[in-house]
Design a protein around this ligand. Structure first.
Ligand code: EPZ
Length: 422
């Protein structure tokens, strides 16, 4: 298991390019299975989660070719012959559960392992299963697997309301409905850009989806979907992560290229309250760190609210603010595994229920810390880059799941990160 040795404090200066979105790419890969002909996806990031999902898809007999050197992927589902996703793969990446919707949509049946938990909680899939049952799918659970089948070629569909709104359940139900339900209405659907992009790809393939980008989707069955060439979006969470990193050291000034600023929702509005300077020109975002970081309390919400995937990064920034602040996660109630690690670096954070209070400004001191999940890990990198002395970040495989060429991008901008094969 690799570790990072990071020497700080270092300012970030120069350019950082943004890669394709992990959370948008996974649904696009699943959607390609619904096509009668091959699909080509571009701006697909070279990440562990993408490789894992490729293995899950390959397990069905589908041909998938990832041309990593130019971030493009060819998926040819014409040889798809097994409607299964086994536990040993699904447990490694919970979004593999999207195979349920994709295989129901394509073949009318599926046997998918239930995903395990994750670093910070159970992360249930009850809404996925209830949603499929509501559209008429027969669902059986046995020995940790979901066996699902359509009682007929075409389902009536009906209406289902997500409570809470769920990105994964929205993606899964769309994938299952586009070729199968006469008319399916999904209410309180997630409006994340990842969902909008999936709908746009499916419509380009020939799907009939109304209400794209709103909380109510109306899906009417089409008999055939064709493969397409389709581009993924830039990663909005990677963008927000580097914006926050650039605000932590007073001498930092960076230009992010290849962004999609309109996908950031309300985040920029919160970001400038810290005193950071922000200039958005087309797909370029320039950030200049404030002399003094103002404490800003935030509460995460579903899109377009403050993203839960930037919660840990924000709390880390607040360790450098001149005063106290509170970060509340209303999406996941226990996503604070990074807190004890940040405190080891000299942070003063206290968790109570689904909030963490941060006393700034604390002088961070290098130490050995443990990565626990993707966004917690990158927060420790951000902290170590402005801590005094040397830090060791263990288990960086968590980072390799979601941040393409992280140390290369940051070192090019002035960081001092050494990856050591452990
Ligand atoms: C997606 O996870 C993202 N993952 C997560 O990003 C992100 O944190 C999350 O959406 C919220 O934005 C991918 O896109 C691959 P949810 P997902 O279903 O779909 C509850 C990262 O770091 N819920 O929107 O699993 C759930 O417990 C990852 O890149 C149910 O109760 O999240 C949570 O409280 C981490 N029952 C809330 O909904 C269900 O059946 C939102 O979860 C499903 C969800």
């Amino acid at each position: 298991m690799d570790k990072f040795i990071i020497t700080g404090p270092t300012a970030l200066r120069g350019e950082i390019s943004i890669s394709g979105s992990k959370n948008a790419a996974l649904p696009l890969m699943a959607a390609a299975l619904l096509g009668e002909t091959p699909s080509t996806l571009t701006l697909i990031p070279r990440l562990k989660d993408i490789l894992t999902f490729s293995e899950v898809i390959r397990e069905t007999g589908t041909a998938i070719d990832f041309m990593e050197q130019n971030n493009s992927m060819l998926i040819d589902p014409s040889t798809l012959s097994r409607n299964e996703a086994p536990y040993e793969l699904v447990r490694r990446m919970r979004a593999s559960f999207y195979m349920l919707g994709a295989l129901l949509g394509r073949s009318g049946n599926a046997r998918i392992s239930l995903p395990g938990g994750c670093a910070w909680g159970p992360r249930p899939v009850d809404l996925h299963l209830k949603g499929f049952e509501s559209m008429g799918v027969k669902i059986d659970l046995d020995t940790g697997y979901v066996s699902a089948a359509l009682p007929s070629e075409t389902l009536e569909g009906g209406e289902f309301t997500l409570n809470p709104s769920s990105v994964g359940a929205t993606v899964n139900l769309i994938l299952g409905a586009v070729k199968r339900t006469r008319r399916f209405v999904l209410k309180n659907a997630a409006r994340e850009p990842d969902v909008v992009l999936l709908c746009r790809m499916l419509v380009k393939m020939g799907a009939d989806i109304e209400g794209i980008g709103t909380g109510t989707l109306v899906i009417r069955k089409v008999d055939k979907l064709d493969g397409v060439t389709f581009s993924n979006d830039p990663d909005r969470i990677e963008t927000g992560t580097y914006m926050i990193a650039a605000a932590m050291h007073p001498d930092s000034e960076i230009t992010l290229t290849g962004c999609k600023p309109e996908d950031l929702g309300e985040f920029p509005g919160w970001f400038i309250k810290t005193g950071a300077e922000l200039e958005i020109i087309g797909s370029t975002i320039r950030v200049k760190a404030p002399e003094v970081i103002r404490p800003v309390s935030v509460k995460t919400k579903i899109y377009p609210g403050f993203p839960t995937d930037l919660q840990a990064q924000w709390a880390t920034l607040m360790t450098q603010a001149e005063g106290s602040s509170t970060v509340t996660d209303s999406v996941y109630f226990d996503r604070f595994s990074y807190v004890p690690e940040l405190n080891r670096l000299g942070g003063k954070l206290r968790v109570k229920n689904n909030s963490v209070t941060i006393d700034g400004r604390s002088r961070l001191q290098g130490a050995a810390v443990m990565s626990t999940d993707l966004r917690a890990s990158v927060s420790l990198v951000n902290a170590a880059m402005c801590a005094h002395g040397q830090s060791e970040i263990l288990r960086v495989y968590h980072l390799d799941r979601g941040y393409e060429q992280l140390e290369k991008k940051l070192n090019r901008a002035g960081a001092s990160i050494l990856r050591v094969k452990d």
